[in-house]
Design a protein around this ligand. Structure first.
Ligand code: UN1
Length: 496
């Protein structure tokens, strides 16, 4: 260790502690290269301890009445609001996205805290009439046990809260493994949970690599549920491994989300939505727009408006309020983005703007990539099919609404999609025919709110949803109770 950068610890059973073997890894600012801190490079022994602490805490936490659990989440919401600015700055420093987006990220956590806190007084089950007299039937939600949450770097507070808060309100306990590019935001979140009065061991955090910490969590016999958000490649691996062990898995992975602009669209409105959803968060959202499907009649007019706006986006350190687009997360990500730009050029797409790394002046030590647009993209090109996770947008021109729908539906993903049209009949067809988990009409592909289900079709996930009431399904098991108060044996399907 070379500098005075702070050294952080895992939280296991409510106690902050170093990894067993004392190893650490560094955390850097992607805008400046500055060393921010050191975090434990944990091993399977640390995971064992964390899962054990969560298992012990489960025995008590499941018995805490859900409204009481909710009170803790209300306090978490209050504390997240109080620390919002500070947390947003911490996040911008380690993740890169601009301050108003990191504030939005924390806000999603606040929203989720209050929403799930309220669930403490609902957590609805239901009763249904049964076939026999003097007998009742009801279904209620049971917690499952220890939940492993494996979270990505692009929403360092929001995504952990989408998993933790429903898991907690339902009575589960958690081991959180945050992405190693954004450990500090997750560390602060866990500190805040304990400040709000969470009992020891109910949430544990173990820092380290996917290979070691992630693998150990997936294989641990006392982990009952795995909730994963990240790349398709890693998600597939989690699914295969967890299937062997018959564990419940929720996967939220990639997207190749399209904005469809029809010939009757309000083009000025469309430009705003495209800019925000393609280049906001430097394109690093799973909901980011990376395909622009445009009716050929309006392509030139749209480009006239759009290209100068893309070129006017200011790159820089997200802490600077004049900046629109921050850096990408790390060296391998910027290489991946650039390699896709080269692939696009080789495939015959026309580069309209961008297509290069920027490393001059103040940007010299960061991972900055010029917002990029390709046109003349064919739907079967790799840049139109594969998730790039960066500020690269591919324009595909079409001759009809039918063609736009078909192209939208022909990727292996199905998270989000947007359509710009003023024709109410077309919006109804869009609702019916677009294969997508989330559809936006006359706004961009990002900005899902936490009270509605979040997730996608096809290769985006495995059928589960996060957020909203549906978000509880991953973390609860339905238990059905029949009570026979007739005082005699009644045989269902025979006596009735
Ligand atoms: C993600 O990119 O993984 O809808 C989540 C949105 C945000 C969440 C994105 N509320 O863009």
């Amino acid at each position: 260790m070379t500098t005075a950068a702070p050294v952080f610890k895992n939280s296991i059973g409510g106690i902050w502690q170093a990894a067993h073997d004392g190893r650490t890894f560094p955390n850097y600012n992607p805008a400046t290269g500055e060393l921010l801190g050191h975090f434990p490079l944990s091993s399977s022994r640390d995971v064992d301890d964390a899962v054990n602490a969560a298992r012990l805490a489960f025995a008590r936490w499941r018995l805490v009445p859900a409204p009481r659990r909710g009170e803790i989440l209300f306090r978490v919401g209050e504390l997240l609001s109080r620390y919002k600015e500070d947390l947003a700055r911490t996040m911008t420093r380690e993740m890169g996205k601009v301050l108003n987006e990191t504030q939005g990220d924390v806000q999603e956590g606040i929203d989720m805290a209050y929403y799930m806190a309220g669930e403490g007084r609902r957590l609805f089950g239901y009763t249904v009439p049964v076939e026999l007299p003097n007998k009742s039937g009801m279904a209620l939600r049971d917690p499952i046990g220890v939940v492993a949450c494996i979270t990505p770097w692009n929403f360092p507070v929001a995504i952990p809260t989408w998993k933790l808060f429903p898991a907690l309100i339902a009575g589960n306990t958690v081991v959180l493994k945050p992405a190693s590019d954004t450990p500090h935001s997750a560390q602060r979140l866990v500190e805040i949970l304990y400040e709000a009065g969470l009992p020891e061991g109910v949430v544990n955090i173990v820092f380290g690599s996917g290979q070691e910490v992630g693998e150990s969590l997936i294989h641990h016999p006392d982990v009952s549920v795995i909730s994963f958000t990240g790349s398709t490649e890693s998600g597939r691996h989690v699914a295969v491994e967890a299937a062997q062990a018959l564990k419940r898995v929720s996967l939220e992975m990639g997207g190749k989300n399209a904005v469809i602009v029809l010939e009757d669209a309000d083009l000025d409105l469309a430009v705003e939505g495209i800019l925000w959803s393609a280049y906001g968060t430097t394109g690093q959202r799973c909901t980011a727009c990376s395909r622009l499907i445009v009716h050929r009649d309006v392509q030139d007019r749209l480009l006239e408006k759009l290209v100068p706006r893309i070129e006017g986006l200011r790159l820089g350190d997200g802490l600077d309020e004049q900046v629109d687009v921050g850096p990408v997360i790390n060296a391998s990500q910027i290489e991946k983005i650039h390699s896709y730009v080269e692939i696009g050029a080789r495939e015959g797409a026309t580069l309209v703007t961008g297509g290069e790394r920027v490393a001059e002046g103040e940007l010299a030590n960061g991972y900055f990539y010029r917002p990029t647009l390709f046109k003349d993209v064919r739907p079967d090109m790799r840049i139109a099919q594969e998730e790039i996770f960066g500020p690269v947008l591919s324009l595909i021109a079409v001759d009809s609404f039918d063609e736009a729908i078909a192209i939208n539906n022909e990727t292996k993903f199905g998270l989000s999609c947007a359509i710009y049209t003023q024709d109410i009949n077309k919006t109804q067809r869009a609702i019916r025919d677009l294969t997508t988990g989330i559809l936006y009409i006359n706004s961009g592909t990002t900005g899902a709110e936490i009270q509605l289900p979040f997730g996608g079709t096809r290769g985006t996930g495995n059928g589960h949803r996060e957020a909203g009431i549906a978000g509880l399904d991953v973390f609860t098991e339905w238990k059905v109770v029949y009570t026979d108060y007739s005082g005699k044996l009644q045989k269902a399907q025979i006596d009735n």
